[in-house]
Design a protein around this ligand. Structure first.
Ligand code: 5RP
Length: 238
């Protein structure tokens, strides 16, 4: 197994104690989350809990493992939400949406009592947006006008295209199109950029997550560390 795979696995292991007391667990999307699902499906402490999914992909993974998936319409709250991330800065601001599931991910994270993120060490950055674009989910009919506006503001921005099985832009689980927006030099003020983008009519959600992480568990090949709000870093747990 390569180092990053091992690091993801360590982060997943570090998250287990946070899930134990929860009855309703919201689950994010991505390769790290898939490892979590595989692990909890084999553990009796988790097989009788109820799960809320942030995407079709995660719902299918949970179902395949025989875990109980709730309809979000029937659920007023989430005890714990757990997800991966694409980038995490020292203030625990994050970029998410690498799997185009950012809108439902943000809804579940916002309404959860506790939010845990699991990442491998390569996701830690000093400043968001230097190596990854900011995903924006937009209403399809507004795409052309939003692209024009953002380009006029000086951003490099383009629709995320399907790489397989469909021509043209990908359509998300929530019916939107993803625009990937590059910020030259990285994002100076994530909260402000989110607010500015969210004001544009037709923008459904941004992949900038601010104040939505209570704990980030960072996996390394030989253990994991916990990052908590106010920059508290734990020792390396083996
Ligand atoms: C999906 C996401 C994922 O959490 C993010 O892309 C990280 O994925 P991975 O665990 O595969 O690195 O935001 O929309």
């Amino acid at each position: 197994m390569d180092e990053i795979e091992l690091a993801k696995r360590r982060a997943v292991q570090g998250a287990i104690p946070y899930l134990q007391g929860a009855k309703v667990i919201g689950i994010g999307t991505g390769t790290t989350v898939r490892k979590l699902i595989e692990l909890i499906a084999m553990d009796e402490r988790f097989t009788r809990k109820a799960y809320l999914s942030s995407s079709f992909d995660t719902a299918l993974s949970l179902m395949r493992q025989g875990l109980y998936v709730l309809d979000p319409l029937t659920v007023p709250h989430v005890d714990v939400y757990i997800d991966g991330a694409d980038e995490v800065d020292p203030q625990l601001n994050m970029i998410k949406g690498g799997g185009a599931a950012l809108t439902k991910e943000k809804i579940l994270a916002y309404f959860a009592k506790k939010r845990i993120f699991i990442v491998d060490y390569t996701k830690l950055v000093q400043k968001l947006g230097r190596t990854r674009p900011i995903p924006l989910e937009v209403i399809p009919s507004a795409m052309t006008m939003i692209l024009r506006l953002l380009k006029a503001k000086g951003y490099e921005v383009s629709p995320r295209l399907s790489s397989k099985g469909k021509y043209g832009p990908i359509i998300t689980d929530t019916g939107g199109i993803i625009l990937d927006l590059w910020v030259s030099g990285g994002v100076e003020d994530p909260a402000k950029l989110h607010d500015d983008l969210k004001k544009i009519p037709g923008v459904i959600e941004t992949g900038i997550f601010v104040d939505l992480a209570d704990v980030v568990i960072v996996g390394y090949p030989d253990g994991f560390k916990e990052l908590k709000r106010r920059n508290k870093v734990s020792k390396l747990h083996g």
